[in-house]
Design a protein around this ligand. Structure first.
Ligand code: NDP
Length: 524
């Protein structure tokens, strides 16, 4: 842990990325992409206009969509094709890309089909419409069905697609057929198993793409390159040299306009079951023999299998749950969670969690992993901290008279995608003094090609049929197996409120979490 004096002494130097040997286009160029139709259910909603269509538009601008491509929005709201295009133009113009001529070109391939989610006739009609578009565009019958709807509708839509023959590959004019499922994948182990059974009635595992957009962030993908394409880190990436690991995803925002969803989910379902667990797996997994989707995903799943189960007792050194109260963020007073529109004034939903977990295997036995996420915290940041152990013996004790700070490696995901390594050097001058220096590598240094936003990457991978960054069903169930007992204890015991600790908006979480937060966050 750094104390105030230590932190002030850290000097920063910048690690310069050498101009790349490989021309950037070799990293960015895509192989041929199969033409396809992307059908978005829930197309009148927030995810479609804020993330999915802007991501598809950006892909289009960067040559990342197949030729031809078709996008069909489908939801209950009655919209004409033009009304749908106009609604989305506004949200896409809000991104960096304001080239309206290109938007018009892109929007020419956008269509809208009103559907009733549980009506077989709607799906027969949709199938007919897709066949017409296939003929018009010569799109080959390849389809992606993206479920941007509330999770309660996933089973219905999957079944209806199956009944309408839209999940069958290579039949009735169909090419390949893929279904994209957004988190949450169930509410707990039982419901996740139930959802999987229903999906599998119509789709096979290779057709199911369970999105975790965190996995598509460049720095998260980079973890495997960093670990396994360098000889110097892997030998020390274990219990002998690493003291603890911190994974933190902190948000400054509150629940915003998503109270309906969040009141059902809470921080564990919203952040831990998916994003945090996947990052944990990337940090802790063993190297597969090849960088291939199945092999990498198997290794990630093994990490979940090795997680030491919570023993049922809730101790503050293992699990801290909190809920934000009123406070001040950026000088502005903000309400507490229970005062937010749409939130139950007696809500017991946690908006903060800190878990101290262990991975029971040869590499990690005894190393604590601090997993932290919360809303309305002091600042928005996502970071992975690898804290190395101190030197076993200080030969400088007689000259320096103080302990030597341990090395720390930080993989920053937000606000900056960067890697920082802190180490000790001699302070220039006559006396023998140590100083900590931090070497920063900024991820986009010396790179000027297009950058893929996370949703662009996952959609592109789905078009390419590459499942590397997506959850397997096995992974989902293992992750729930670990978290369900924790959720059950939080949600079913009579005194559930007793362990929910309030914290002020704009702070670093509940008082009891502070000693752990200080381990991970320099300015906590
Ligand atoms: P919305 O609440 O905006 O719903 C999307 C659309 O679903 C609505 O426009 C509505 O369209 C349709 N719908 C059908 N039944 C209902 C219902 N009972 N209540 C509300 N809408 C209904 O969801 P989002 O777009 O925010 O999210 C879609 C999915 O993606 C969800 O599963 C969510 O958990 C997940 N997700 C969302 C993220 C986000 O940032 N928004 C981030 C990560 C995941 P219509 O009435 O026209 O049929």
């Amino acid at each position: 842990m750094l104390d105030e004096k230590d932190k002030n002494q850290i000097t920063r130097v910048e690690a310069k990325a050498q101009p790349m040997d490989i021309p950037p286009q070799e990293c960015t160029a895509l192989g041929p992409l199969d033409p396809c139709a992307i059908v978005i259910f829930g197309a009148s909603g927030d995810l479609t206009s804020r993330k999915l269509v802007p991501a598809l538009f950006n892909l289009y601008l960067n040559g990342g969509l197949p030729k031809p491509f078709i996008i069909v929005g489908a939801s209950r709201t009655n919209l004409s094709h033009d009304e749908f295009r106009e609604k989305l133009r506004t949200s896409c113009a809000a991104t960096d890309n304001e080239d309206l001529a290109l938007w018009n070109e892109f929007a020419g391939n956008l269509y809208y089909k009103p559907v009733i989610y549980d009506s077989p006739d709607s799906y027969r009609e949709l199938a007919r419409f897709l066949r017409e578009l296939d003929e018009k565009y010569q799109a080959g019958g390849n389809r992606i069905f993206d479920l941007a709807v509330p999770p309660s509708l996933y089973p219905t839509i999957a079944e209806m697609l199956g009944e309408a023959g839209l999940s069958k590959e290579g039949e009735n004019g169909n090419g390949w057929s893929r279904i994209v499922v957004e988190k949450p994948f169930g509410r707990d182990l039982l419901t996740a198993e139930g959802l999987d059974k229903i999906l599998k009635r119509s789709f096979q595992e290779h057709q199911i793409f369970r999105i975790d957009h965190y996995m598509a962030k460049e720095t998260v993908q980079n973890i495997l390159m960093f670990r396994f394409a360098n000889a110097i880190f892997e030998p020390i990436w274990n219990r002998s040299y690493i003291g603890y690991v911190g994974i933190i995803a902190a948000e400054k925002l509150g629940v915003e306009n998503r109270a309906g969803y969040y009141e059902q989910a809470g921080v564990i379902r919203d952040m831990f079951q998916n994003h945090i667990m996947q990052v944990l797996a990337m940090i802790a997994m063993e190297p597969p023999s090849l960088f291939e989707a199945d092999l990498v995903r198997d290794e990630r799943a093994k990490v979940f299998r090795s997680l030491k189960p919570f023993d049922g007792s809730r101790h503050e050194d293992k699990l801290i749950l909190g809920q934000y109260g009123p406070g001040i963020i950026d000088g502005v007073e903000v309400p507490g969670y229970r005062e937010e529109p749409g939130v139950n004034p007696q809500s017991l939903i946690p908006t903060f969690a800190m878990m101290r977990v262990f991975i029971d295997n040869w590499r990690w036995r005894g190393v604590p992993f601090y997993l932290i996420s919360g809303k309305r915290l002091a600042r928005k940041m996502t970071e992975i901290v690898i804290q190395f152990k101190r030197v076993p013996h200080s030969m400088f004790i007689n000259v320096l008279g103080e302990e030597i700070l341990a090395n720390r490696l930080v993989l920053g995901i937000y606000p900056q995608e960067k890697i920082t390594l802190t180490f000790q050097t001699k302070y220039p001058g006559a006396r023998s003094c140590l100083r900590s220096v931090t070497m920063d590598f900024y991820y986009d240094q010396n790179y000027s090609g297009p950058e893929l936003e996370a949703y662009e990457k996952v959609l592109l991978d789905c078009i390419q049929g590459d499942q590397m960054l997506f959850w397997t069903n096995n992974g989902v169930l293992l992750s729930w197996s670990f978290l369900t007992p924790i959720l059950e204890e939080c949600e079913t015991c009579g005194d559930r409120g007793a362990h929910l600790q309030p914290y002020s908006s704009g702070s670093w979480g509940p008082e009891t979490a502070q000693k752990w937060m200080k381990l991970i966050i320099d300015d906590a």
